[in-house]
Design a protein around this ligand. Structure first.
Ligand SMILES: Cc1cc2nc3c(=O)[nH]c(=O)nc-3n(C[C@H](O)[C@H](O)[C@H](O)COP(=O)(O)OP(=O)(O)OC[C@H]3O[C@@H](n4cnc5c(N)ncnc54)[C@H](O)[C@@H]3O)c2cc1C
Length: 379
């Protein structure tokens, strides 16, 4: 093989999509049906928003998301605080059918796929799967947050947030709005969401970082409170029923410092390339997957080194991901009680929350940053 793509989720699908047809490529995944079950809220900012979110990207055509993958297009994000205060922000998302998107992109790439095959690790520069060894000149490690290849290379462990989500039908919310709920009672150290997919169907979920939760609380109980009791969410879910449920993890850490190790290139969650304050990993995975493919094409054409990939993904992603991590760390400092979260956020305007959503650090946060140890004592 020229290239083995180890894990065909979002990042892997975009690697396959970008690799030249003349290369001998194999995409490997443990799943029987790519992208399924869907462990994701399925929102991707529209191209207009991506231009603000990732200002250094050169080609935004990746974000021309075809209609056939879209189940809904939302226009606003509402952030709801524990006291009911709501910030309403104009922000457009595609709500996609993520499994269909991954499956279609991978199949349309024309490259060979080997499904129902578990990757076990590396032996030297060869990929080990449960079906045997694969000898590929280049390996892309796009095997998600619990990357076997990251473990095989002893990369430092990254912080995760567990998350749980139901698909519900009979949801009565405004289908133009993505609802994000901030509060320790329903989502310790993270946030909860209702994401309308259209026709009364929605992804309803929570992040749950145990270190911020009350002793004895569990993610299942917190999600049930969110669905059945929490006044600002349960009002939309009174008649709704659960269709399916998943549990998964989202990386909420810094991105890796380097993503190229010999002939192995890491892309997406395996390299913690995530907008960590909102757990948004689809856009960085698309961008990293596409960048990896471009570099690999150049490598086989004889005009690029694999190390070029580190320069490229960092140019596109690094600063927004670092800003996101800064905001997430700031957030963590006030996440020990709903009263504190509410008090600190009462200082923010709709415009500030809009900036935060777009990975920008509002001027007032920059100003108070040096004084945080003092501010913390009074809030
Ligand atoms: C509940 C939840 C909601 C989310 N909502 C959103 C959202 O709305 N918008 C957003 O931008 N981000 C969201 N995210 C994050 C986003 O889903 C991920 O960041 C993104 O999917 C990462 O893509 P990836 O290709 O790196 O990994 P994945 O999509 O996880 O793909 C990894 C692939 O590798 C395969 N694999 C893993 N291990 C092996 C193995 N040992 N052998 C063979 N194959 C293997 C898996 O089967 C999978 O297909 C959410 C995450 C969670 C958990």
């Amino acid at each position: 093989m020229d290239v083995a793509v180890a894990g065909v989720g979002i990042a892997g699908a975009f690697v396959l999509r970008g690799l030249k047809g003349s290369l001998e490529v194999l995409g490997i995944d443990k799943r029987e049906k790519l992208g399924y079950p869907v462990e994701c809220g399925e929102i991707i900012p529209t191209k207009k928003e991506m231009k603000v979110l990732l200002p250094n990207l050169e080609d935004y055509s990746l974000f021309n998301i075809p209609k056939r993958f879209e189940s809904n297009r939302t226009k606003e994000v509402h952030f709801i605080l524990p006291n009911g205060r709501t910030y309403e922000i104009d922000f457009e998302f595609h709500v996609v059918e993520r499994d269909k998107m991954i499956q279609t992109i991978a199949e349309e790439s024309g490259h060979e796929l080997m499904l129902k095959t578990r990757i076990k690790g590396l032996r030297g520069d060869k990929l080990i799967t449960e079906r045997g060894e694969i000898d590929a000149e280049v390996i892309v490690a796009s095997d998600g947050p619990n990357s076997r290849l990251a473990k095989a290379l002893n990369l430092p462990k990254r912080e995760f947030s567990p998350a749980k989500q139901y698909v519900m039908r009979g949801v009565e919310c405004d289908e133009d709005v993505v609802y994000m709920y901030i509060g320790r009672e329903i989502s310790p150290g993270a946030y909860a969401w209702i994401i309308p997919k259209g026709d009364g169907v929605a992804n309803v979920g929570i992040g749950f970082r145990p270190e911020y939760s009350n002793k004895g609380d569990t993610i299942v109980r917190a999600l049930d409170r969110f669905v059945r009791e929490y006044p600002y969410s349960s009002q939309f879910l009174k008649k709704a029923e659960v269709v399916s449920g998943i549990g998964a993890v989202v990386p909420v850490d810094l991105p890796v410092e380097r993503a190229v190790y010999g002939n192995v290139l890491f892309a997406g969650d395996s390299a913690s390339m995530v907008i960590s304050h909102v757990g948004g990993g689809i856009p960085p995975s698309m961008v990293a997957g596409d960048a990896a493919a471009k570099v690999i094409n150049g490598y086989f054409d004889g005009n690029a080194e694999l190390e070029e990939y580190d320069r490229l993904w960092k140019r596109y992603l690094y600063q927004p991901l670092m800003n996101a991590y800064y905001l997430k760390r700031l957030w963590d400092r006030f996440s020990d009680s709903d009263e504190r979260i509410t008090r600190i956020l009462s200082l923010a305007s709709d415009a500030d929350m809009g900036k935060i959503l777009r990975c920008r650090i509002p001027a007032k946060i920059r100003l108070i940053s040096p004084l945080l140890p003092i501010v913390e004592k009074f809030i």
